[in-house]
Write a new protein. Structure first.
Length: 191
């Protein structure tokens, strides 16, 4: 929600609170503004507790996540990934064996991916490109083109006679001999 929309909501909520003060009738105010009495009392309680700042929407994200992976474990996972280039399974086994930390391989992989995505976004923001790092899909595609070009110089099969514009070879010519031909009669009843 933009700041302008947030400001519009706060002014609307303050208007119906002022109207209820002037009018003295909460039910009439709620009918006039098209809100329920429960909503009115919710915003009235927030205004009394926090003032005008209480009329703004609160973030819907939770304050804490009790089952989140501890930061110490995440830092160990990232350290092992960056310095030893371990995969998710090996990091899980290492932490279980040497640190007695039980963590799922999927959690390790998830943490590594989130960190890589955050690093790519930060690199894109630093570059000013906004699209992340330059080694995305376009980089991979370019590498494939280079490999194909390198293989084309080594011979793409056209000199062997079965390139794109010539028909495929017969089985005998590939094996180095001639294939035995079977003579068939021209008609079914001919002998």
């Amino acid at each position: 929600m933009t700041k302008a929309e947030q400001l519009r909501l706060v002014t609307f909520r303050s208007k119906f609170l002022e109207h209820a003060k002037r009018c003295g009738n909460i039910s009439a105010t709620c009918r006039y503004f098209g809100i329920s009495r429960q909503k009115f009392h919710k915003w009235k309680r927030r205004f009394e507790a926090h003032g005008a700042a209480g009329l703004a929407d609160q973030p819907r994200t939770p304050h804490s996540c009790p089952h989140a992976t501890p930061k110490a474990v995440v830092s160990k996972v990232l350290y092992l990934r960056q310095n030893y280039h371990f995969g998710a399974g090996r990091i899980r086994d290492y932490l279980k064996r040497f640190h007695r930390i039980r963590i799922a391989a999927s959690t390790v992989q998830q943490r590594v991916r989130r960190t890589a995505a955050a690093a790519a976004a930060a690199a894109g923001a630093a570059d000013g490109s906004g699209s992340g790092s330059s080694s995305g899909c376009g980089g991979r595609q370019q590498q494939r083109v280079r490999r194909t070009a390198a293989l084309a110089g080594a011979g793409d099969g056209r000199e062997r006679g079965y390139g794109f514009d010539s028909p495929p070879p017969s089985p005998g010519s590939v094996l180095g001999g001639s294939a035995p031909s079977i003579a068939r009669p021209s008609s079914r009843y001919a002998m």
